[in-house]
Ligand binder design. Structure first.
Ligand code: GDP
Ligand code: IMO
Ligand code: MG
Length: 457
């Protein structure tokens, strides 16, 4: 029962949408497991560009069941818009499923997110303003509304009547208008009526698919360095983009994951505030931003650009147990000379090779660079590693050595076909369990599949 997790290894926008779309051709189901419409995943099919925020990036294929898992926070109005946008462009959305247990982002979450950001002033996180933090906060505080609540107006009313007095204290403190139970009940029941056919028990759907032997892809949003636990807190998002989040938010167990494909691009970007040691604030950065169209898919903000940083890469490979990598946007570095690669930091006069857990330490980090000769040739049309300029190959090899994991897919343009498949092997299959009788007879054998799984045979 193969499941592959696709996870961002940087600060988001690594090209997870392209990676998911590329791999989705081979699978039956794609599951988004965390985040919300703060994500913006771009899929390019021929000359058509799709920007997806909530619906998984496999939706363009008619054979895919697209699942929005319980770990996602769903703004129902934005989901309805997205489904309508896809339908108007000829995409069949009948197989889009939304977890009953996913939490709904309400208008007061959006208002509080934006208000808190403006009150934080220079200390702001630079959120996408989509209500993500407040919605996850209410989930943890047990004041949230789940998608299933939208289907039953009496329960919806009860939940809102329970939450709104608390919310209204906060809204008043922010100088925001109070939320009204009747008005929100009508609004949310309307969303429920519209989404009724999509709301489902997605954990059962995912487990049934795996039990049938269907291949399931789990599509992360954001990236490891924006992870609530493993990023540079507080300059992070409010969920767990790391591969472990695919288990909690997608409804699978750790041993059901066969492969973790890390997605990264040939340089770094970051949207929003927070330390970024390799940031380029010069013409080189400008050039990369322009050629790479580094403007946020969700907010339109210009992304900050920097050299690739191997310190967080090593951290990301470890915390996600990355087993293969897709490297995107190598084409954007054509014409950059030299190309720098950060391999360690100096912090307070000392060499540091590990990712500092504190944002304050990270802010004091000075990068130590290795330098690579660049290449001038455009590489959009290259379809094999051997066809790349030698200097590009050297840079890719260095990235791979620092990661300690094979780069199996390499992308040289936004379109599906602009992908180099290198050393591609079928996604791993864990050996199946011995027959039940044998397992009972010999308890030691029961550990077999676990050991095989850990060994990544
Ligand atoms: P995601 O959030 O990780 O899915 O990434 P985004 O879609 O926000 O940003 C990646 C951008 O780069 C999108 O506009 C993609 O179409 C584009 N892209 C992906 N891979 C490549 C590539 O190899 N080369 C170029 N030039 N663009 C790419
Ligand atoms: P995809 O899936 C890049 C960033 C925001 C901000 C921080 C917190 O397209 O890679 P939030 O709105 O989540 O509370 O904001 O996280 N951020 C992203 N940056 N790509 C994303 O998604 C992001 N989603 C959130 O800019 O710094
Ligand atoms: Mg994005």
């Amino acid at each position: 029962m193969p499941a592959t997790v696709i996870v961002g290894l940087q600060w988001g926008d690594e090209g997870k949408g392209k990676t998911t779309d590329f791999l989705a051709e081979q699978v039956a189901m794609v599951v988004r497991y965390q985040g919300g419409d703060n994500a913006g995943h771009t899929v390019v099919r021929g000359d058509e560009v799709f920007k997806l925020h909530l619906v998984p990036s496999g939706v363009l294929y008619p054979h895919i069941t697209s699942v929005i898992g319980s770990g996602v926070v769903v703004n129902p109005a934005r989901l309805i818009d997205e489904l309508e946008m896809l339908t108007s462009r000829g995409i069949d959305v009948r197989r889009v499923r939304v977890s009953r247990a996913a939490h709904a982002i309400m208008p007061y979450h959006v208002a509080l997110d934006r208000s808190l950001e403006s009150r934080l002033g220079d200390g702001r996180v630079g959120t996408t303003g989509r209500g993500i933090g407040p919605a996850y906060g209410d989930r943890a505080w047990r004041l949230g509304l789940r998608m299933e609540d939208l289907l039953e107006p009496p329960i919806l009313r009860e939940r809102l009547a329970r939450a709104l007095p608390e919310k209204n204290v906060l809204l008043a403190a922010h100088g925001l208008p109070a939320a009204d139970v009747d008005a929100l009940c009508d609004l949310a029941a309307g969303w429920g009526a519209r989404l009724r056919d999509h709301i489902d028990d997605t954990t059962t759907l995912v487990q049934d698919a795996l039990a049938r032997g269907d291949h399931v892809l789990l599509e992360g949003a954001q990236g490891t360095l924006l992870d609530l636990d493993h990023g540079s807190y507080p300059y992070v998002t409010s969920s767990n983009p790391v591969a472990g989040g695919a288990c909690t938010g997608g409804g699978i167990g750790p041993l059901q994951v066969d492969e973790v494909m890390g997605v990264m691009k040939a340089y770094a970007t970051r949207v929003g505030a927070g330390p970024f040691p390799t940031e380029l604030e010069d013409g080189v950065g400008e050039g990369i931003a322009e050629r790479g169209h580094e403007y946020g898919t969700t907010t339109g903000r210009r992304r900050r650009v920097g050299w690739f940083d191997c310190v967080p890469l090593r951290h990301a490979v470890a915390v996600n147990s990355v087993s293969s990598i897709m490297l995107n946007k190598l084409d954007i570095l054509s014409g950059v000379d030299p190309v720098r690669l950060c391999v360690g930091y100096t912090i307070d006069g000392r060499r540091v090779d590990g990712w500092p857990s504190s944002a304050a330490s990270l802010a004091r980090a000075t990068p130590i660079y290795e330098e690579f000769a660049g290449w001038d040739e455009p590489i959009h049309a290259v379809r094999s590693i051997g066809g790349l300029p030698a200097n590009a190959r050297r840079y890719v090899t260095a990235l791979e050595e620092h990661a300690g994991v094979a780069i199996v897919l390499l992308s040289v343009g936004p379109e599906r076909s602009q992908t180099i498949e290198r050393a591609w092997r079928p996604m791993r299959h864990r050996p199946s369990l011995p027959p039940a009788g044998e397992r009972r007879a010999s308890p030691a054998r029961a550990a077999g599949p676990t050991t095989a799984g850990m060994g990544h045979a």
